[in-house]
Write a protein that binds this ligand. Structure first.
Ligand code: TRP
Length: 347
């Protein structure tokens, strides 16, 4: 049995060396460009990606075609992509090492999507739990576009075009990686081995709720942005909900149900015990507690935010960086498509 068919479908933080030995795995990570990123994107995706740069070869995809599945208005797509790339670079992605590129600039995504579309049934796509969820959440009923139903087909093409071994994702994306594995196996069975069977990579990041306690999301307006000024950060933190039972400053609180305590765990790990004790006993009021964590967060982000402002002043230079990444990505994509065409006798 080939080594990779034995590799598990999910690889967790800290397991890379065990799984790949001295071979650096190829990582394909991607996000839909929704503009400026928030601290949830950082903790859940960007920070793990940055760490992975030392143990893997990373490719970073700006999934601008995927945006069309839920939003046909493309008037701001260029700006959204640029803003996201600026955050990626400012917060630690080294584009010299790890190319950053736009999906729509590499035509081979569309070509592989078309071929993969032939390998999957409509019924399989409709069974995808992410599709069911979106039909419900977006209340689209029968109105889902063909392209939206094919979301995971395009995602599989994104990953396999670069022969990705590992795909860093949140739990919600696991069904997509599972389908990518199916595409790789099916293709290889029909036409001969071209693709590796990729695994999902799960990092150990607790989910950070938004400042209102709900899932952090730009559309809800409960986010703290990586690009926020220290003052904006404080303004948002100040309004964050805390334990509703802690009404007066000296009332004892329950840190384990408080989102601000969750932020302390992430940005103030050295003092969590003190914070926990202070909140539980009532000695620490919510305003002071929020001040403390805001200071820590602002302090830790200061260098990246400074770099971000610099980058934002010269969008042309950032675009050049992306275009350089696209040259590298295109080189890989062209090689893979050649192998695909030749395996399929398409010349
Ligand atoms: N579906 C991913 C998301 O919503 C974005 C994405 C598109 C992606 N293509 C990808 C992620 C390939 C990883 C690999 O965040």
């Amino acid at each position: 049995m080939a080594e990779e068919t034995k590799r598990s479908a999910i690889i967790r933080e800290g397991e890379i060396e065990k799984a790949y030995g001295n071979k650096k795995p190829r990582i394909l990570s991607g996000m839909r460009p929704t503009g400026k990123l928030h601290i949830g994107h950082f903790a859940g995706a960007l920070e793990p990606w940055v760490k992975l740069q030392s143990v893997a070869e990373n490719f970073h995809l700006i999934a601008d075609y995927h945006v069309l599945t839920t939003k046909l208005d493309t008037s701001d797509i260029a700006q959204l992509s640029l803003d996201m790339a600026i955050d990626w670079i400012a917060f630690g992605i080294d584009p010299e090492k790890s190319p950053i590129f736009r999906q729509s600039k590499i035509k081979e995504h569309a070509e592989l999507f078309l071929i993969f579309a032939m390998l999957i049934t409509k019924a399989r796509l409709e069974r995808n739990p992410a599709v069911k969820e979106q039909v419900r959440d977006l209340d689209i009923g029968e109105g889902m576009s063909f392209g939206h139903l094919g979301y995971p087909v395009l995602q599989a093409a994104d990953i396999l075009l670069y022969k990705g071994d590992l795909v860093p994702v949140g739990e919600d994306q696991l069904p997509h990686v599972e389908m990518t594995r199916e595409f790789a196996r099916d293709f290889n069975n029909h036409y001969g081995k071209v693709f590796p069977i990729p695994s999902a990579y799960l990092s150990e990041t607790p989910r950070l709720p938004g400042t209102d306690g709900n899932r952090m999301s730009k559309s809800i307006g409960n986010t703290i942005l990586l690009s926020d000024t220290p003052e904006d950060t404080w303004k948002k933190m100040k309004s964050a909900v805390t334990d509703p039972q802690k009404i007066r400053r000296n009332d004892p609180g329950r840190p384990e149900i408080c989102l601000v305590y969750g932020y302390h765990q992430k940005w103030n790990p050295g003092e969590v015990n003190q914070i926990h004790a202070g909140c539980s006993s009532g000695e620490l009021g919510c305003v002071d507690c929020k001040k403390k964590v805001t200071e820590k967060l602002n302090e830790s982000f200061a260098p990246q935010r400074a770099k971000r402002s610099e980058l934002a002043k010269d969008p042309g230079a950032v675009l050049d960086i992306i275009e350089q990444g696209e040259i590298r990505a295109r080189g890989e994509a062209e090689k893979t498509i050649q192998a695909v065409r030749s395996a399929m006798n398409l010349g």
